[in-house]
Design a protein around this ligand. Structure first.
Ligand code: PLP
Length: 396
């Protein structure tokens, strides 16, 4: 098992040499823009992948291997969230975005609009157009410093032709973990309008105490009846390249629709190695996750301390879940894109909040799943760049 010291010791050179997407797109910059972890795989996951290779499991996905994953996901949902879902209602898909595309195509009224709380995970803004669907953005509100759903805005959007609400819980990029009462309030609005929900719960294992993940479809019969849930081990155990996620179906009608060959085709392409890795992660990777969450918890706090010390004008509220920090750069006096500024002048590559919709303008997405010394270095470089910028501005 990795200790904090071992994770701290992973250096930038090694990460660059390993060549992940995060560390290869901008070869000169600290990679903090894509939701990848810089940590070694959980030993149980590593062993499961090697074992699958030893057994020559590189053909098509065998039913027994697929079913073991469904059993593991059902156990995880039950043990972690007290949610009982029958394993046969848990279907494999290569990734969560395939689940979204399938939901749009087969579980919504043709031509209906997609209702999207913003700022949003970037592909949520681009995928609907690929299906000839309009988006109605509903910016999140702030209540006591916390982002909350604009229920009236969602209601209006659903009344205005919206057929599907995309929920993201825990919320990328805002880091919220929604409470049961908040989810129940959303469910009441959706149910009143006869709409559907795609509940993206990919970040569910990544929740910091005292917050607790509540599966949206578990909040009541109405939510179960109008929701397609997507889950995955891919964020928490860093497996997105292995292509395995899961759709959880929570009513008979959806299960029947899913069984149609053109719908179940979504399962095709789910990869064996991802399936065995997922099974191992949910069943045997719990201790590793607890330890990793402890480290990430430290990272989200340390980032707050570093910003307070070196860049007090940068707004930050530690995420309740996810390893994504949402930074408010609006008071820094940067003209134009803050992400571009920090990439060029600080050598730190983050996502510009504008990519998450206009509601994200002036913000940055910084990925915290990295060794702590790298966070320290990133903040130092950003603070230096700001100081130089301020000096240049004064001398002009
Ligand atoms: C909220 C959310 N949904 C979906 C994805 C992508 O998942 P997948 O690779 O399974 O499509 C991500 C990746 O960061 C994400 O943050």
């Amino acid at each position: 098992m990795s200790t904090a010291e071992e994770l701290d010791a992973i250096g930038i050179d090694r990460l660059r040499e390993n060549g992940s997407l995060k560390w290869s797109v901008f070869p000169e910059a600290i990679g903090a823009f894509v939701a990848e972890m810089d940590f070694p795989a959980a030993p149980a996951v590593d062993a499961a992948i090697r074992d699958a290779l030893d057994r020559g499991l590189t053909g098509y996905l065998p039913a027994a291997v697929r079913d073991r994953m469904a059993d593991a996901v059902a156990r995880w949902q039950r043990d972690r969230y007290g949610w009982e879902v029958p394993a046969e209602r848990i279907r494999p898909v290569p990734d969560v975005l395939t689940a979204l595309r399938t939901t749009i195509d087969f579980f919504t009224t043709p031509g209906s609009k997609i209702v999207l709380p913003t700022p949003a995970y970037m592909p949520f803004l681009t995928i609907p157009a690929m299906h000839d669907r309009e988006i109605i953005e509903v910016p999140m509100l702030v209540d006591g410093g916390r982002s909350v759903y604009d229920l009236d805005g969602i209601d209006r959007a659903l009344a205005d032709g919206g057929g599907l609400l995309i929920l993201c819980n825990p919320y990328n990029p805002l880091g919220r973990v929604f409470e049961r009462a908040e989810l129940e309030a959303v469910s009441a609005v959706v149910e009143r309008r006869g709409a559907r929900v795609f509940s993206d719960e990919i970040h569910a294992p990544l929740v910091f105490a005292p917050h607790r993940h509540v599966p949206y479809a578990s909040t009541g019969p109405a939510a179960a009846a109008h929701t397609i849930t997507a889950v995955s081990a891919s964020k928490a155990w860093n497996l997105p390249g292995l292509k395995a996620a899961q759709v959880i179906l929570t009513n008979d009608a959806d299960a029947e629709t899913w069984a149609r060959p053109e719908v179940a085709w979504a399962e095709h392409g789910t990869a064996n190695l991802g399936v065995v890795a997922t099974t191992a992660a949910f069943d045997e990777g719990r201790e590793w996750l607890a330890e990793t969450l402890g480290y990430l918890d430290g990272n989200r706090r340390v980032l707050g301390e570093l910003l307070a010390a070196h860049m007090p004008a940068m707004g930050y509220r530690a995420p309740e879940g996810t390893y994504i920090a949402w930074l408010d750069a609006r008071a820094l006096g940067i003209e134009g894109s803050p992400a571009e500024f920090f990439r060029e002048h600080a050598g730190v590559a983050m996502t510009d909040g504008l990519a998450c919709g206009p509601a994200g303008e002036g913000h940055l997405r910084f990925i915290l799943a990295t060794p702590r010394p790298i966070i320290e270095q990133a903040v130092r470089q950003m603070a230096d760049a700001l100081r130089e910028h301020a000096m240049r501005s004064r001398s002009v």
